[in-house]
Design a protein around this ligand. Sequence first.
Ligand SMILES: Nc1nc2c(ncn2[C@@H]2O[C@H](COP(=O)(O)OP(=O)(O)O)[C@@H](O)[C@H]2O)c(=O)[nH]1
Ligand SMILES: Nc1ncnc2c1ncn2[C@@H]1O[C@H](COP(=O)(O)OP(=O)(O)O)[C@@H](O)[C@H]1O
Length: 215
Amino acid sequence: MSNLDELKNDRRGLMVVLSSPSGAGKTTLTRRLLADNPNMAMSVSATTRSPRSGERDGIDYFFVTKERFAELETQGEFLEHAKVFDNFYATPRGPVEEALSRAQDVVFDIDWQGAQQLTQAAADDLVKIFILPPNMRELEQRLRTRAQDSDAVIAKRMSKSENEISHWAEYDYVIVNEDVETALAELQTIVAAERMRRRRQMWLGGFVKTLVNGG
Ligand SMILES: Nc1nc2c(ncn2[C@@H]2O[C@H](COP(=O)(O)OP(=O)(O)O)[C@@H](O)[C@H]2O)c(=O)[nH]1
Ligand SMILES: Nc1ncnc2c1ncn2[C@@H]1O[C@H](COP(=O)(O)OP(=O)(O)O)[C@@H](O)[C@H]1O
């Protein structure tokens, strides 16, 4: 690693928030983004909803009872929390603070309510991205292809999608996820540019000082 590369490690981590109506592709895009970025961590949410087949406790979510959720909330363990589709969801505070302190970027798959709460708590570190489906037929099709929710649950998610979409203008960026490779490339571009923001590159002050001093 060159001297310059080492210096560049002194930067502030990003808090990348992805929201979308259910089925638009947040989970898919987030997984791909994380696979390509070793210096990025996923914020694993706590939820009172039941695990889907294949979901693992502590990896996809921390699956907790309503009682445990309420206890953690009272103890101030959550950065934000919200009720979505009759279930409770929240972002545990500890792992996020730890990752940011290690200069890691953190990705959040949370809804508009969570995005609003994080904006209050940490506006400077946030990059908010909204994912739209190419059309509503495709959205429903994706929920069906995923084949992990009952017809009733899918109908409920579709009926809530309009409400989620109505918050699109509260986000810094919007990606229409028609082709997953194109959407992923757009997401990578956003992350790369946000990492370059002057205020996040803490190393620059010292570097410029040595530059103008003839270093
Ligand atoms: N506010 C908030 N929303 C969350 C959190 N975790 C998940 N969500 C949102 O809850 C909604 C439902 O998530 P989920 O049941 O996994 O279904 P999905 O829509 O297929 O991802 C999605 O909009 C998620 O973004 C969280 O920690 N906080
Ligand atoms: N661009 C895309 N084209 C076709 N199918 C997609 C695309 N993006 C995601 N999917 C599929 O749609 C379904 C819902 O995606 P998922 O990532 O679970 O959405 P979300 O996390 O937003 O609910 C999954 O089966 C996923 O493989």
